[in-house]
Ligand binder design. Sequence first.
Ligand SMILES: Cc1cc2nc3c(=O)[nH]c(=O)nc-3n(C[C@H](O)[C@H](O)[C@H](O)COP(=O)(O)O)c2cc1C
Length: 533
Amino acid sequence: MSPLELVRAYHQLSKHQPQRFAPGPGQLDWATQPAPFRRYAGARLIELYQQPLEQSPPYDAVFAAPLGQPAPLGRASVSQLLYDSLALSAWKEAGGSRWALRVNPSSGNLHPTEAYLLLPAGSLEEGALLAHYAPDAHALEVRGELPAALAEQLRQALPAGGLLLGLASIAWREAWKYGERAYRYCQHDLGHALAAVAIAASALGWQVRLLRGIAEERLDAVLGLDRPGFHEAEHADCLLWIGPPQAAEFNLPECLLQGLAALELDGAPNRLSCQQRDWPQLARVQALCRAPALPAAPWRAGPGRALADNPGLALRPILHQRRSAQAMDGKAGIHAELLLAWLRRLLPAHSPVPLAVSGEPAQVDLLLFVHRVQGLAPGLYWLARGDGQAQGGLREDFLWQRVDTELPLYRLLQGDARGLAGFLSCGQDIASDGCVALAMLARFDAALQAGAWRYPRLYWECGQLGQLLYLEAEAAGLSATGIGCYFDDALHELLGVADSRWQSLYHFTLGRAVWDERLSTSPAYPEHHLPPL
Ligand SMILES: Cc1cc2nc3c(=O)[nH]c(=O)nc-3n(C[C@H](O)[C@H](O)[C@H](O)COP(=O)(O)O)c2cc1C
């Protein structure tokens, strides 16, 4: 089989069906539950600040383009970037257990995504650093100090005032619970993290762009993930430029990449589980989907068309208050204007932050299950986000009635879709009890024509859309939840999808949450580390 056929086979195998779930552990083995935090024992710590949330730009201002003058690169701005994107947001406690929530969401709250920073000399300290972000301490663990010659190569390679941030995934964290399907969840989570980082960076006037010119496989060595001592595999997914907006991608010279790969590293990676189980299809698809060195994509997307739907609302409290609903009330409704505002936010033209990060065109459309939206009859709707014709490959007897002059939103079928939405999301009531549920459908064949590496990036796009929807719901005083558990082919059957032109890659629900009163909440960090004035 060709790599692409193997990826398609993985996709098929990792589908949930009403009569059989994708291969997984069945029961959770609590004795082998992976530790939620990667730490490097013996690595020097640089504590970061918690920036007070009262200082915040307006919510609506950050999506069209990086906002205002770029912040000077330093401990205060790096602290703020991470605090607003990948930090803890609260601790929860119930029945003797205690767990942390983060600014970025994660399937099963398992958090496979790790972050590494390459900081040029003079930004945090005199020397240049490779550091791991430890969200439990809101601190950087210094893995390596670059020798002067290497630090100089980094300085010359990077535009002034910015840094590089690598994201990596520890698949075992998700596979412990979800088995073979876990690769998908790692990629969803990566998309959420990409969006969280891009939005936090925009508030600092910084652009976030993926460096496409380095083959993904090489990033393991650059971030120090190929060294001995890792009990659980951790693989790099992407390297991001974060800093003052640039018009075009720059290259990292070969000598710099080689120097970083040979950098002497401090700190021993912690062991996350006493034992782990192999999920062979997951490991294979992970290896097959790594992107080769790609041609540069244009970096100057936008500025987007700014929206002003939430006047007076501050961004940063929304980022930190975002929570997944575990139940929806089944009663609250919204007005059609609010739904249209949420959908507008998902269009590439309005939200280059975060949608332009990867440089890939939009390949994901939405199937909406409208339950309780005043001014829009209950039923199934389609939002065409991409450029191509939506109808091809879908049932021909759908209505395809355009319902808005500005938005490419079409009514497909009228009727009560609550039962259907719940059933298709593995019987989860959150999908029927919200105001709206949705499925994200990717132009699968079209995207995969470029190669197997496009497979994970489709999930990244879904995760980015999910992050925008979480924030939009929060901004409206409502809540949302990402839904990774759904019956793939049952949904395709509903749409008349008989081939693989369209594949559903993520579900979502939005509505009024019912909170579990038995859970108590405490602050993310014990004390405030405020920046010096
Ligand atoms: C990719 C993804 C898939 C998810 N799937 C489900 C799901 O099927 N059902 C559910 O109730 N919650 C789901 N969630 C919500 C997570 O359980 C939630 O994000 C996690 O517990 C952390 O809580 P928080 O979002 O409040 O920070 C999903 C979240 C993500 C990011």
